[in-house]
Each structure stands twice: as structure tokens, then as C-alpha cells.
Design a binder for this molecule. Structure first.
Ligand SMILES: Nc1ncnc2c1ncn2[C@@H]1O[C@H](COP(=O)(O)OP(=O)(O)OP(=O)(O)O)[C@@H](O)[C@H]1O
Length: 521
């Protein structure tokens, strides 16, 4: 390369690398190339050997520049011409339309009448693609022009290779975004979209949810384990303006304290042994959406301090990092523990407690909203049958519902869900009997019966109330139906009417009660 050629190389190379937008870089380069060779158009092409297609990825003229994905299938002769070629070539074509390879491409670009200069590009000995410059038909390219273009083989090849990589990355990113949207949908589905009981036992809760959802205020969800705190958190997110953003759940109780910081805030590469690459934490992932901190009471004192900072500053620092990263998140927290007492005992930071309980919502236990049990039961039977791919929907044995209504459900909705699943696995004839629940109700583990109907002041189906009352009277009469001390007399009905009703409601007769309890022992 002589001095002039060196200057030419330097300036053209700088221009083709001057922008990440390849078409802009090409236009800048074309403006310079025009001073040395006749060039009205400047294109990059790649070749798909499997499909025999030339793809024009970008084109620049003095007035216009664009990326494109113009795909031109080649004729068998054109394919042979490209594929049989052993070495990289520079080629002059007097009329583009006459060439077996350049012709179809030029026709699609609307310039078959122009003449062209084509140069195959290689990087580290591998074919990358082709660069072409076109000019008016009355002007001819010559060997000097060919030589000048060949000097730029490497920078052009790098620019084209980078452009293709960038395009691949964009496609991957779009796929990831699409996957992400799909997975978020799936997660919402798994977590259970529907709030069963929203218009009955959870009506008051849902009223609060509707009031707070659209705001950005933190919400503290309280209630026993399994009452549906996560379901309500999900409902808040779905009803909020952030519903299209991520909903990220963190189970603070299930995470070892040593990993908590890096899980929540992420880490930089090499921040600690095992940090082999940079990782984004859950707060960063929740950016633009909602973070749900489940079992918040289990947070270590150190993590509590850091969480307080995030809530105050709205920014995080990755472990081992120095830059602060702003995060736009809405925090929902949940606990089954008495946080107020923990604060009083010094187990939870008071300042953090007040930041989190800006809007507290307490979800009542299932035993305080028994009216939701029938709907929950049918919801879970349908959901679990679908999951287990059962074609026939099982039915609940007559009289069992009232048993389920009397049971205190210490594990709340989760226990009911598990009971349905267990019974679906066990049930042979398509009838759910809930034997376990039945025997614990029979064993009197439900507490006083009046607790069910009087204390809770809930509205129960008439059959259930009748069943509860008949059982109560039968208990008083030691299971005796007839006679002066029998239940029928107390209830002022005929013994056979009582028997019929007991059968209908699935109430076991005296002997069966004893049989059940002795079986248990
Ligand atoms: N109202 C409801 N409607 C439909 N499904 C519900 C409802 N409440 C709870 N569930 C289901 O019951 C199960 C337990 O609910 P969830 O995980 O929300 O309880 P939780 O209070 O967050 O429990 P924990 O305190 O153990 O984290 C889940 O499978 C959930 O889908």
C-alpha cells in the first residue's frame, strides 16, 4: 500500500466503523468512496447455501440508507456459479441484469441496467458475504477501482459480520422477550388467576385490593399460612397499572441468609467465590413491575437494612458492585407471623415495618369464611381433574360437604386443595369421600360445633345447617334415634323421617359412628 492508499484505507475503514447502525456507516463510507470510484449504490449481501438465496442486508445511496432483508433466490446456474467458486473474487459486471448471480438481485433492487463491481469478503479465511457498488451504465469500473475496493476487504468483512451478529442478537432478544411474556402468563396461571370467594368470604379483602391496586403504595398481606396471600398479591398486580410488567416472587423464608443478598440485589462477576458471571437480582428483574416478598418476617437483619434502603432510595447496588441502579418497583410483602409483636421483641426493624405496612390487608382464615368452601371445592376439583387429565369430573359423596364445612382447616385453602388432590388420586369410582377429614371430624377434632354456626356467623347451605344440627342432637342422644330419649323425639319428627334425612345428608347411624372411631384406634 502506498501513502495515498494508506490514507484511503484509514479514512474508509474509520467511516465503515463509525456507527452501530450499519446503513448510516455505509452512507458515510459511500460519500468518501465517491471521490475515488464511480459509485451511486453501496450494498452488503450474504449467501444462504442451504436455500440458495442471496440476502441483501443493507443498501446506501447518497440520498438514502436502509437495512433490509431482501431475499433473492438464485437459478441453478447462479447457485453453481457461487458454490463452485474456490477462491474469493472481485468481479466487474457491465450490465448487472445479464449476470446469473447479480442479475436477479439487481432486478429486485430495480437497478438491472447499472454496472457493478462486486467483492467477496473474508474474515480469518472464511467467506462472510459480498459487497457491491453500482454506477451508471455509461461509466465503466476499471482495475484501479477493483484494487481500491479490495484494500477494504477486511474492514468491510468486519462491519458485515458485526451487522449479522447484531441482527441475530436482536432476534434472540425478541425471542427471550416473547418467552418471558409467555412464562409470566404461565406463572400467573400456576399461581391461580382466580380469586374464589372474591364476592363472598373475601369480599371485604377484594374491596381493599381494588382501592389500593392502582396506586404504587406498598401492601402488607397478613394471614395464616395457606389463606391465599400470594393469590391476593397476584390480584393486586393484575389490577395495577404494572400488570404488563413482571411479577417476581421471593420466598424470604426459603433462602439461606448467605445467598439472600445476591438473590435480591444481584452480584458482579468475581464478587465472591462462585460468582462466575454477573447476575441480576430479583429487584432488578422486577423493574417496571411488582416484587412480592413472601414470608418477610424471615429476612435477616442485614437484608432488612438493605431492603429499607431500596424502599427509601428506589435504587440498588449489586453485591461487589459500585454503581447504583435505579429500580422502578412496587413492593408487596406477606407474613403469617405477628410482625408487630416481632417489632416489639426486637426481631424486626420498626422503620421497615412502618414502610411495609402502609396499606395492611388481613386475609381471614378459611374457618372464618366457610361459605367459600363449596366454591373452592368445586374450583379445585375442576382444576386438579384438568391437571390430572381426568375425562370424567368426579362427584362429591352425598353428605360429605357438610363434613368439610365443619372441619376447621388449620392449613386453610392449601389444605383443602391438597385434600382434593389426595382424594382424586385415591378415588376409584369417581366419588370423592374425604375419609381423612371425615374421621377427624368424627373424632371431634373440629372443636365445639356451635363454633361453626354461631361464632362465625356465616351463611351456610340449608342442608349443611340441618346436618350439623342433627349430628349435634344425635350426639346428645348417644346416637339413639327412637324412643323417649331418642333424637327424633327431641327434633319432633317421626323416626323414619329422621332416618331418611340422615341417609340423604350422609350422616352415619349411631353404630357407624362407633365403628368409625374404633377403626381409627
Ligand atoms: N381465594 C382463592 N382462590 C383460589 N385459589 C386459592 C385461593 N386462596 C388460596 N388459593 C390456593 O391455595 C394455595 C395456597 O395459597 P397461597 O400460596 O396464596 O397461600 P399463602 O397465604 O401465600 O401461603 P403461605 O403463607 O404458606 O405462603 C394456592 O395453591 C392457591 O392457588
Amino acid at each position: 500500500m502506498n501513502a495515498n492508499e494508506s490514507d484511503f484505507f484509514r479514512e474508509a475503514a474509520l467511516r465503515i466503523c463509525s456507527s452501530l447502525e450499519i446503513e448510516i456507516a455505509m452512507q458515510r463510507c459511500l460519500e468518501y468512496l465517491c471521490r475515488f470510484l464511480p459509485a451511486s449504490h453501496f450494498c452488503f449481501h450474504i449467501y444462504d447455501r442451504e436455500l440458495g438465496i442471496v440476502e441483501t442486508v443493507a443498501m446506501a445511496t447518497i440520498d438514502d440508507a436502509q437495512t433490509m432483508a431482501l431475499r433473492t433466490p438464485l437459478s441453478p446456474r447462479g447457485r453453481r456459479q457461487v458454490e463452485d467458486q474456490r477462491s474469493l473474487r472481485t468481479k466487474q459486471v457491465n450490465r448487472l441484469g445479464d449476470d446469473a448471480v447479480a442479475g436477479p438481485v439487481a432486478r429486485q433492487l430495480g437497478v438491472p441496467h447499472l454496472s457493478g463491481l462486486l467483492l467477496d469478503l473474508a474474515l480469518e479465511g472464511k467467506f462472510v458475504g459480498t459487497v457491491s457498488v453500482f454506477c451508471e451504465p455509461n461509466i465503466k469500473f476499471n482495475h484501479h477501482h477493483e484494487k481500491l475496493l479490495a484494500i477494504l476487504n477486511e474492514p468491510f468483512a468486519i462491519a458485515l459480520a458485526n451487522c449479522i451478529r447484531f441482527r441475530e442478537l436482536q432476534v434472540l432478544r425478541e425471542m427471550l422477550e416473547d418467552d418471558n411474556r409467555y412464562l409470566q402468563e404461565e406463572l400467573r396461571h400456576i399461581a391461580g388467576d382466580e380469586v374464589v370467594g372474591g364476592d363472598l368470604g373475601l369480599k371485604a379483602v377484594m374491596e381493599l385490593v381494588n382501592q389500593v391496586a392502582a396506586l404504587n403504595s406498598p401492601v402488607l398481606l397478613m394471614g395464616e399460612t395457606g389463606v391465599g396471600k400470594e393469590v391476593i398479591a397476584n390480584a393486586i398486580h393484575k389490577l395495577s397499572l404494572r400488570c404488563n410488567g413482571p411479577f417476581i416472587r421471593v420466598n424470604c423464608g426459603a433462602m439461606p441468609a448467605t445467598l439472600m443478598d445476591s438473590e435480591l440485589f444481584g452480584h458482579e462477576k468475581g464478587a465472591f467465590t462462585g460468582a462466575v458471571s454477573r447476575k441480576r437480582g430479583r429487584f432488578e428483574r422486577a423493574d417496571g413491575g411488582t416484587i412480592f416478598l413472601d414470608e418477610i418476617a424471615e429476612l435477616s437483619p442485614e437484608a432488612q437494612v438493605r431492603l429499607l434502603r431500596v424502599l427509601q432510595e428506589k435504587e440498588i447496588e449489586r453485591v461487589g458492585g459500585i454503581e447504583t441502579i435505579p429500580v422502578d418497583i412496587r413492593v408487596l410483602a406477606a407474613t403469617h407471623r405477628n410482625l408487630e409483636k416481632m417489632v416489639a421483641d426486637g426481631g424486626f426493624r420498626e422503620d421497615l415495618y412502618y414502610r411495609l405496612r402502609v396499606f395492611p390487608i388481613t386475609i381471614p382464615p378459611l374457618r372464618k369464611r366457610r361459605q367459600d368452601i363449596p366454591a373452592l371445592l368445586s374450583h379445585f376439583i375442576q382444576k386438579k381433574s384438568r391437571e390430572m387429565k381426568r375425562s370424567i369430573m368426579p362427584r362429591v359423596e352425598t353428605g360429605t360437604l357438610d363434613m368439610l364445612l365443619r372441619y376447621p382447616w388449620p392449613g386453610n385453602v392449601r389444605e383443602l386443595e391438597n385434600a382434593v388432590e389426595r382424594d382424586l388420586i385415591l378415588c376409584k369410582k369417581g366419588t370423592l369421600t374425604f375419609r381423612d377429614i371425615l374421621s377427624s371430624v368424627m373424632d371431634g377434632q373440629t372443636g365445639s360445633e356451635s363454633h361453626v354456626v354461631e361464632e362465625d356467623k356465616v351463611v351456610l347451605p340449608l342442608d349443611a345447617v340441618m346436618s350439623i344440627y342433627i349430628r349435634k342432637v344425635l350426639k346428645q342422644c348417644n346416637g339413639q334415634i327412637e324412643g323417649e330419649k331418642g333424637a327424633a323425639k327431641l327434633l319432633a319428627i317421626h323416626p323414619s323421617t329422621l332416618r331418611k334425612r340422615m341417609k340423604k345428608l350422609g350422616i352415619p347411624f349411631g353404630r357407624e359412628v362407633k365403628k368409625n372411631s374404633s377403626k381409627k384406634r
